[in-house]
Design a protein around this ligand. Sequence first.
Ligand code: PCA
Length: 214
Amino acid sequence: MFKVLITGFEPFGEDSLNPSQALINAQQQLQLTGVEVIGCVLPVVRYQAAETAIKAIEIHQPDLVLMFGQASGRAAITPERVAINLDDYRIADNAGHQPIDEPIIPHGPAAYFTTLPVKAMVEDLQQAGIAAEVSHSAGTFVCNHLFYAVQHYLAQHDIPSGFIHIPVLPEQVTATNPSLPSLGLEPLIAAVRVMIQTCYHSKQDRQIVGGSVC
Ligand code: PCA
């Protein structure tokens, strides 16, 4: 059995929902033949998020780690290319921490790349009719922290892992921000099923266009 660990986050900031938590709650719908999906919801708390994820990796010994988090304002599913060694929080985390310009791991490498086939994932999502693009910044908040710390931990292991930001749920679109892009839980589940299949079949990424121009 191919084991996939999927992580999501609790709500944070002004939001009372997080699409990545909704995804874990719907993990039954992610099961595919020959694949065992293990879900884990993480606190939006500096250090604690990564400690919880690493503990889950140690316990379950997955073959693949897919970490998810909300990116309010993004209209597409965005597999992240790179995690940087920087905590610079624009808002406090759920425990009140707000580090400014601090390293995640002192003297650690400046960055880690994803070990997921992100361009293949984006291509397969697009072919399934789901908006997707590679992102080159996971921000400088708890998602980036989790991504960096897990890539650091797994650097000596042969387990593909990476982070994917997802749009908010339609229920999170409020009257004060009616044009916020969103994605429903059903298409989100369909998207995650596509991404699991892509990772299962392609260990190597595809050499296709997917960069960005500023
Ligand atoms: N998104 C935040 C943290 C938790 C989440 O779902 C982020 O992008 O850092």
